[in-house]
Design a protein around this ligand. Structure first.
Ligand code: ADP
Ligand code: ASP
Ligand code: MG
Length: 408
């Protein structure tokens, strides 16, 4: 089995000993155990802040060299703790396991893992303690997998060694109908489909990194999200099957990590959006929602709005300013104080009127909707950032998510 422990779970010497004890117990119960560990709580933020105090726009390759050290420390500490408790353990860094990634520094993707080293370690009765979040590219550079990336390390390792289960130990005891730290009425979900978990993760529920769910879905790895502070069963993330709750809306989530960018009064002619988004793509900048109005009058001009990660805004600014003149934009506006609130559920496929109900719930709270996006199993609205928590609670209530549902 693979067990992944997040930052809070390895946040102190006592907690590191707790992790070691759990791993030793799991091994004593007859399992071959691979641990993936995150950096100690707060450490990755500390390291990245340090870099930004040296220079405003740090080089991404060097950022990864710094950020990866957090997991190097915790993997060694956990291995030592296991040894001190009489167990056998050995730490592994990304390059030692040949966790090969592409070269997209700060958000690299895993290409392959050399499972042989792990198998050897397991064969000798040793617990392998793998540093999460990090890998190595073909040129030997250290890479990291994006914030929350240890989840993805864990699922990828589980897939590589064909583990029976990938347990994700964190500071909540499962996946809830909304972030329990935001929504007091949130309820633990027993089983959730990969599809729904993927949307929740992509739309802001940071309990699992989005890519970890993608990898789990691709390789059919069952994920069990649970608490490192108790033995209570958590949430199983599994393929679509009977036993999933039959509800229209499974979860509500919000995301404040994006900003809105508006190119005002660009020319309404072929090639304008191609120019704007081509330039962004050339810089490897992902955009999320895109809204373009039809030009409403004879001016032949329209507004193009999109959202992108706040952390990319400096780069977005450069690119957009460079094309603004070319597309005839009168002005470029940035709005950072926004949040995306979303509802997710497989049941939406077969129910009409879900979006309308969402708009009505937000309206009743006096919350203005700035943009909307829908797909088969989700609806997202952009609202003012100050309303994010209120919107989550209102939607959670409005869709009755605090009430237990029938299963099967
Ligand atoms: P770790 O450090 O263990 O990786 P994270 O902080 O990345 O932990 O993820 C756990 C956090 O995710 C919880 O503390 C909770 O606030 C947040 N969260 C957001 N949405 C949800 C949800 N739907 N269910 C459970 N937790 C959620
Ligand atoms: N330490 C990394 C982060 O804080 C990776 C992780 O915790 O999953 O983002
Ligand atoms: Mg996390």
């Amino acid at each position: 089995m693979v067990q992944k422990y997040g930052g809070t779970s390895v946040g102190s010497v006592d907690r590191i000993h707790n992790v070691a004890a759990r791993a030793v117990a799991a091994q004593a119960a007859g399992n071959e155990v691979v641990l993936i560990v995150s950096a100690m709580a707060g450490e990755t933020n500390r390291l990245l802040d340090l870099a930004r105090r040296v220079t405003e726009l740090p080089d991404r390759r060097e950022l990864d060299v710094i950020a990866a050290t957090g997991e190097q420390v915790s993997s060694a500490l956990v291995a030592m703790a296991i040894q001190s408790q009489g167990g056998k353990a050995r730490s592994f860094l990304g390059h030692q396991l040949k966790i090969r990634t592409d070269s997209a520094f700060t958000s690299a993707r895993i290409l392959a893992i050399d499972a042989e080293a792990l198998r050897q370690s397991l064969k000798h009765g040793s617990i392998a303690v793998v540093a999460g979040f990090q890998g190595v590219d073909d040129a030997g550079n250290i890479t990291t997998l994006g914030r929350g990336g240890s989840d993805t390390s864990a699922v990828a390792v589980a897939a590589a060694i064909r583990a029976d289960v990938c347990e994700i130990y964190t500071d909540v005891d499962g996946v809830y109908t909304a972030d329990p730290n935001v929504c007091p009425g949130a309820r633990k979900i027993e089983r959730i489909s990969y599809e729904e978990m993927l949307e929740l993760a992509a739309l802001g529920a940071k309990v699992l990194q989005r890519r970890s769910v993608e990898v789990a879905m691709k390789y059919g790895v069952p994920i069990h999200v649970r608490s490192s502070f108790s033995d209570a069963p958590g949430t199983w993330v599994v393929g679509e099957e009977a036993g999933l709750e039959s509800v229209v809306v499974t979860g509500v989530t919000s995301d404040k990590s994006e900003a809105r960018v508006m190119l005002v009064a660009v020319e309404d002619r072929p090639g304008v959006v191609a120019t704007i988004f081509g330039a962004l793509a050339a810089e490897n900048i992902s955009v999320d929602m895109i809204i373009q109005n039809a030009s409403s009058d004879a001016t032949g001009r329209t507004d193009v709005t999109f959202t992108a990660a706040k952390s990319e805004l400096d780069r977005v600014d450069k690119v957009v300013q460079a094309v603004a003149e070319q597309v005839g934009a009168r002005e470029v506006r940035f709005e950072r104080d926004i949040a995306k609130v979303s509802i997710v559920g497989l049941g939406m496929r077969s129910h009409a009127g879900v979006a309308a109900r969402m708009f009505d719930i937000l309206f009743r709270e006096g919350i203005n909707i700035q943009a909307i996006a829908t797909s088969e199993i989700k609806v997202s609205c952009i609202v003012a950032a100050k309303y994010a928590e209120l919107a989550v609670r209102a939607l959670h209530d409005g869709f009755g998510l605090d009430r237990p549902t029938t299963t099967g």
